[in-house]
Design a protein around this ligand. Structure first.
Ligand SMILES: Cc1cc2nc3c(=O)[nH]c(=O)nc-3n(C[C@H](O)[C@H](O)[C@H](O)COP(=O)(O)OP(=O)(O)OC[C@H]3O[C@@H](n4cnc5c(N)ncnc54)[C@H](O)[C@@H]3O)c2cc1C
Length: 606
């Protein structure tokens, strides 16, 4: 007789964001019994926060677009260390996934002739982001949720997974706790899909919510899977910076897509000062051309504000460092100026960017239709994640799949805006499909109760420590976030990152002594203590991988190696857990790019 209440499924999906929901729908469509677990309430995942849109080469607004252009844009944005197979599948399949979403009830903004409207976004050559104002994620999650529930998927909300269980080297389930009651439960499944999202909470300034603690990355790592590209963190150029209580909240790139411009305190559009060579031919060299581009003039080139996020973030940092920043340490983002170009401008801005209008009005008392916003970089997305097979999304552990932000590969060194929502749909579907196939071919194996017991004993340790001399989990979390921001942030150096690794060692010791009081029912201190293991694991992988990459590429910028080194374009950096518990960092060669894909990239360079 089991000590744990146990649920049994063919396919178990952890995470109910876009990736998890899409995976669950697909597995269920294959006739599998599917369970779906999420840490918060259904519908509250990060995906709901997505604003700007979903990238897919539908070619509704510009018929020159195609999967080939999208593929080349994604590879160039990722600076050629992407998993090219994933970039190819993503570009080819995203249009069908978006049309499917529409067929399931998603109501996108429309072109005049009734097709899905697409907007401009950084690094995308043509208007490519299907959107619903600036609330695209809400529409996506609503549609997937509706569709999923009607398929009969079992949803377990407010349940946190603390450990993956393996049997004979295969994924066999998970153990976790109900947040409300603090009761542990086991889930036994033939295949497990991780779709747990990102890890932005490893940093002090972030657009991520409390859920972004890198759980899936860490669960997979501790179970023996590999992590890849962990050095590549995306610092989105435009987060709110004032007032301090809202620091980090995202200001969508959609603002720049609609014509918003970046200015320093002298009122100069500094983005024209530094246009990287690979983008020069496709970037406007004067303000008028930039404006014509956002208005849909096919003969115009895009404004430099729509260069890739890594570059824009660094340009902003440079202005601030040079003393040309805004009063609170950022720069100005101005959309109000378009009133001089568009009739009914204020209403137009409110219609196109309703959430941004409300966000600034409510949180900062700023009316974006008449005043500029103050913005600065915020930790937004992690390109690194669980290493998976590009076609099936299976990790190196048989029966363990990963999709969405917790998986690595499609984005390489830098993600283009909009490519995450499409990633969730394309690879969520694939993960669900192949997990179902795996479950059909491999019978469910029983879980090892001892593993589950060990995991629950570890999870309960903070209660044994109580408070007294124990460490407060919140203090450890905030010290970690402050340290990562300072030592492994936007601009990195060897010496600082070596210090970070040392400080991480100290933080790990402190986390072992973390203590909480009270009982297991809705105890946020306890939840924070449990999350620490994940945040520390992910932070160590980020720091060690960033030390290993002695060059600058995409989201990873090293002051001591400010240039790209072509040798580093030939491998990915992979981290895994050695049997003694230490972290191994290795270079794994990238598979050669097939000649037809190479040709596509060459053709798109002009
Ligand atoms: C403000 C904001 C705006 C964005 N705008 C865009 C945009 O316009 N376009 C775009 O392409 N991308 C955008 N992104 C990025 C994109 O939204 C995310 O990368 C994407 O939604 C991640 O989806 P996901 O399914 O991988 O994970 P998430 O949506 O983050 O979902 C993770 C799920 O895992 C669950 N989970 C986590 N850990 C556990 C655990 N231990 N146990 C149980 N459950 C767990 C969570 O509860 C949640 O249900 C934006 C991100 C933010 C923060």
């Amino acid at each position: 007789m089991s000590t744990f209440q146990t649920h049994e499924y063919d396919v178990l999906v952890i995470g109910a964001g876009g990736a998890g929901l899409r995976a669950a729908i697909e597995a269920s469509a294959s006739g599998m019994k599917v369970g779906l677990i999420c840490k918060s309430l259904l519908g509250k995942a990060h995906t709901v926060m997505a604003e700007g849109g979903v990238a897919a080469a539908l070619a509704n607004v510009d018929d020159r677009d195609s999967w080939k252009v999208h593929f080349a844009d994604t590879m160039r944005g990722g600076q050629y260390v992407n998993n090219w197979r994933m970039a190819e599948l993503h570009a080819k399949e995203a249009p069908d996934r978006v049309r499917e979403l529409e067929a399931w009830g998603a109501v996108f903004d429309r072109t005049k002739d009734g097709r899905i409207l697409q907007r401009n976004f950084g690094g995308h050559r043509y208007p490519r982001l299907a959107h619903v104002g600036d609330r695209t994620g809400l529409e996506m999650i609503r549609t997937l949720q509706d569709h999923g529930i009607h398929r009969g998927i079992d949803v377990h909300m407010e349940f946190t997974v603390v450990s993956l269980l393996l049997t004979g080297g295969r994924a066999s389930g998970i153990v976790g706790y109900e947040r409300e009651r603090g009761r542990f439960k086991v889930f036994n499944a033939a295949a497990v899909v991780l779709a747990t999202g990102g890890a932005g909470r490893a940093y002090k300034i972030t657009s991520n919510s409390w859920e972004g603690t890198g759980d899936g990355h860490s669960l997979a790592y501790h179970a023996g899977a590999e992590l890849m590209d962990m050095e590549f963190i995306q610092f989105h150029p435009t987060g709110m910076i004032w007032p301090p209580s809202v620091q980090g909240i995202l200001v969508t790139e959609g603002v720049r897509g609609e014509g918003g411009v970046l200015k320093n305190k002298e009122g100069r559009r500094f983005m024209f000062d530094d246009i990287p060579e690979p983008y020069r031919n496709q970037t406007a060299d004067n303000e008028d051309e930039g404006w014509r581009y956002v208005q849909g003039d096919k003969n115009a080139r895009r404004p430099p504000e729509l260069l890739t996020r890594d570059h824009v973030a660094r340009c902003i940092m440079r202005e601030v460092k040079a003393g040309r920043g805004s009063p609170h340490g950022g720069v100005f983002l101005d959309i109000a100026w378009i009133k001089s170009k568009v009739s009914g401008g204020a209403e137009h801005i409110k219609r196109k960017l309703p959430s941004m209008y409300h966000q600034f009005k409510e949180l900062g008392d700023i009316d974006i239709t008449s005043e500029p916003m103050e913005v600065g970089p915020t930790t937004h997305y992690i390109m690194g994640g669980i290493r998976v097979d590009g076609d099936t999304q299976m990790s190196s552990i048989p029966g363990l799949f990963a999709a969405g932000e917790c998986a690595a590969g499609i984005n390489g060194a830098n993600r283009l805006g909009g490519n995450s929502l499409s990633d969730l749909l394309v690879f969520g579907k694939r993960a669900g499909e192949y997990a179902a196939k795996f479950a059909a071919e491999h019978k469910r194996v029983a879980v090892d109760e001892n593993q589950a017991k060990q995991a629950t004993d570890e999870a309960l340790k903070p209660f044994e420590h109580g408070q007294g001399k124990a460490e407060n989990p919140y203090t450890i979390q905030s010290d970690l976030q402050e340290m990562m921001q300072r030592l492994v942030g936007i601009v990195r150096t060897e010496a600082e990152m070596q210090d970070a690794v040392k400080e991480l060692g100290t933080l790990v010791d402190r986390a072992r002594r973390a203590g909480v009081t009270g009982h297991r029912e809705y105890n946020p201190g306890w939840h924070t203590a449990i999350d620490l293991k994940h945040l520390l694991t992910v932070s160590e992988a980020i720091a060690r991988s960033a030390i290993e990459r002695k060059e600058s590429r995409g989201g990873h910028f090293r002051e001591d190696f400010p240039d790209k080194n072509p040798e580093y374009a030939t491998f990915n950096i992979v981290t895994s857990r050695r049997p003694d518990g230490s972290m191994e960092v290795k270079r794994v060669p990238l598979p050669p790019l097939p000649s037809e894909l190479k040709q596509i990239i060459e053709d798109q360079k002009s």
